[in-house]
Design a protein around this ligand. Sequence first.
Ligand SMILES: Nc1ncnc2c1ncn2[C@@H]1O[C@H](COP(=O)(O)OP(=O)(O)OP(=O)(O)O)[C@@H](O)[C@H]1O
Ligand SMILES: [Mg+2]
Length: 465
Amino acid sequence: MSSSAENILVVDDDEAILSSLKMLLTRNGHGVYTCSSPSEAVDYVRANTPKLVLLDMNFGQSTNGEEGIALLRKVKVFQPNVPVILITGWGSIALAVEGMKCGAADFITKPWQNAVLLESIANSLKLTQSVHSFTNANRAELDKQFRLTSIIGESPKMLDVLRTVGRIARTSVPVLITGESGTGKELIAEAIHENSDRRGKPFVKVNLGGIASSLFESEMFGHKKGAFTDAKSDRVGRFEMANSGTIFLDEIGDLDLASQVKLLRVLQEHTFEVLGDSQTKRVDVRVVCATNRDLRAMVERGEFREDLYYRINLITIAVPPLRERQNDVTLLAKQFLANVCAEQRVSQQVMLSRLALEWLKKQPFAGNVRELKNLVERTVLLSGADTIEVEHLASNQVGIPKSAVDITINSPVLPTIDEMEKALILKAMDACNGNISQIARMLGLSRGALYRRFDKHGIPYEAKE
Ligand SMILES: Nc1ncnc2c1ncn2[C@@H]1O[C@H](COP(=O)(O)OP(=O)(O)OP(=O)(O)O)[C@@H](O)[C@H]1O
Ligand SMILES: [Mg+2]
């Protein structure tokens, strides 16, 4: 008999399911304890700490899952640190979502694929074991264990990000990376791949904002020649290309609702069909998503499916804006300076003056690291100076102020009227989430006048109402 801490507790009122799960788990080296009723399960977790709980949400005749949710809450009261994986029917995704809000670690839909279930269990166990790893690790300690060389930063918030990367990289749990534009989300996605067992396997990046809805399936799942009018030859989809590696779904917040459903299925079941081919294919990919939009708010507005949201963000990594890690500005600026000098074979003597570094730290950098990088590069190339001073940087700054109130008459450089106009339009776009009529109203412009200004400033827009 194994001790309770070695056991997976399986709760289901269907004896056939209990015994098949028991067999599957035992065969894979897990101790198993089974319960066929919620009350039995509560008694068990009151007295024992299993390593994981597998919980079927539908008991008896009741199909609304209330009993399952109530049981989950109780398990969480007695054993807050034990991961719980829910099993739900396809029709009851809402229930799974509810369960995730109550602290479940993951959910599996019935009928489940054994491989998917075992993977979810392995992930949850690895994550629980590593919760306390590297809590205080500094940059040097992290560098000893992980490949993070492309990522500069040692400010507390960045160290938090890097510790999380280290902790989760070797699982295959989906990760959602959030953060403003230019904060380094893509670098983090690459670091996750490079520090996983999938290193050396494909890392496939897909910019979902750039794929037309009508081409989504063909692009992601591939097509057979003749599957539709323009399908002149077979095409391999991105999921298949990423097989055994990582797929990076960038700008996930730009995905329309119809495509969201199609994505959900492959994330849920790890299977898909090539367009024009009825055969179901299996893939083994780790999914990393990124967005600079507020997905939570989009869920509330009904623009992003809640079930997909919970499917992609079992782990969230929030990359902080540059203004929250000012001490990294110096490190970043020096590195970008060295890089541009090396690339352009500029004299190695180029330096940033102390005042220039101080000035950089105080900039709002609405475009974050990308803006800092561009500014340093531009200044080195255009100023030709050996020592970069504040005025060199200031005269090359084209970044936009974060908002009109950031501008004071004392600031070293005043934005031009054009820059202000662009900044305001971008702000309004953010505030109205791209809704053209609303933006026009907010700015007191006709729609035509707004479109002309988009063109003038080269601001990409989507004509959505
Ligand atoms: N911590 C960092 N160390 C070194 N370079 C960085 C760091 N963060 C970002 N960069 C650089 O800044 C630029 C922007 O980074 P990246 O493309 O990863 O941002 P992003 O968050 O994906 O932006 P967007 O939301 O616009 O897609 C890249 O050139 C990247 O190499
Ligand atoms: Mg990006």
